[in-house]
Design a protein around this ligand. Structure first.
Ligand SMILES: [Zn+2]
Length: 294
């Protein structure tokens, strides 16, 4: 059966404008309902941050990224994992927010200014949403801005503790990566680790992931907007399930592969950094033109 859920990018003139109009219409119609946005690696790709699990030729550690980002690997080879994360943190630091990040800030401002609700949940550990100015933000996979003690129940460790990465001196480890120079917790002397959700860990392992809050908010969403998510990570599946069960409309903006076919979701095949600025501009124009036929 042919449906309108799949529209190829720019296969005909004006496709991008049609996508933008369609999305602007549904966002505008939300009024005070919750606009629930989920972003993935695709939103940061235009800022030059390699996708974590993607198959692009320049994707970092494509050989065994899933294996590297595990607690098991941290325990086996903390030096190797620290070297990997430092390289990743460095690439994140030099990146700048792109027009997709900025458009999401505009949508948040616009939606909240009219008394509506807005929530952004990102799977990205980079800090580009914060630096662009996003306020209602849940970093469900952790953040590159922090580290934590690997020793449970240390004040800097799970379930609630962390430490700013800027406060940790990694110079000696950088100069001579070894077990002796591994960054250590200032409170207990244990090893520090990335403040991120490893693939062999659970969302409930740390309060900062705010998983339960994200799920509660999702159940009250008026619209789901997935941006640059590959749908290969468990949490997007959970959100899609919520959307499906609650009959909540869902859109995906991504230039790549279509979302899983077993959920009702409209796929707008487009690059977020091109489409979202148009959408943000359109919704603000709609607000100024109350007589327009929306
Ligand atoms: Zn500690």
């Amino acid at each position: 059966m042919k449906t309108d859920r799949e529209v190829p990018e720019a296969c005909y003139p004006g496709a991008m404008a049609e996508h933008a109009t369609r999305l602007a219409e549904v966002i505008s119609a939300l009024e005070d309902e919750l606009l629930f946005v989920v972003t993935g690696a695709g939103v940061s790709a235009a800022s030059g941050i390699p996708t974590f699990r993607g198959s692009e030729p320049d994707a970092v550690w494509k050989v065994s990224d899933v294996e590297l980002a595990t607690f098991e690997y941290f325990q086996q080879d903390p030096v190797g994992q620290w070297r990997w994360y430092l390289k990743r943190f460095d690439s994140v630091e030099t990146a700048r927010p792109n027009p997709a990040h900025e458009a999401l800030v505009e949508l948040e401002s616009w939606q909240t200014a009219r008394g509506g609700r807005f929530q952004l949940v990102t799977q990205n550990i980079d800090t580009l949403h914060e630096r662009a100015g996003s306020d209602r933000l849940i970093k469900i996979h952790g953040t590159s801005a922090k580290l934590r003690c690997a020793t449970a129940n240390c004040k800097h460790g799970a379930p609630t503790g962390s430490i700013d990465r800027a406060d940790v001196d990694v110079a000696s480890f950088r100069a001579d990566p070894s077990r002796a120079t591994l960054p250590r917790c200032p409170a207990c002397g244990g090893l520090l680790r990335a403040h991120v959700l490893f693939f062999d860990e659970y969302y409930q392992d740390h309060a900062d992931y705010r998983f339960d809050q994200a799920m509660d908010l999702a159940r009250n969403a008026g619209l789901f907007l997935f941006v640059g998510t590959s749908f290969s990570v468990g949490v997007t599946d959970l959100f899609l399930r919520v959307a499906s069960e609650g009959d909540i409309p869902a859109f995906s903006v991504d230039p790549g592969a279509a979302p899983p076919p077993y959920f009702p979701i409209v796929h707008l095949r487009a690059a977020a950094e091109k489409l979202l600025p148009q959408v943000a501009k359109m919704v603000s124009q709609m607000a100024r033109e109350p007589s327009s036929p929306w």
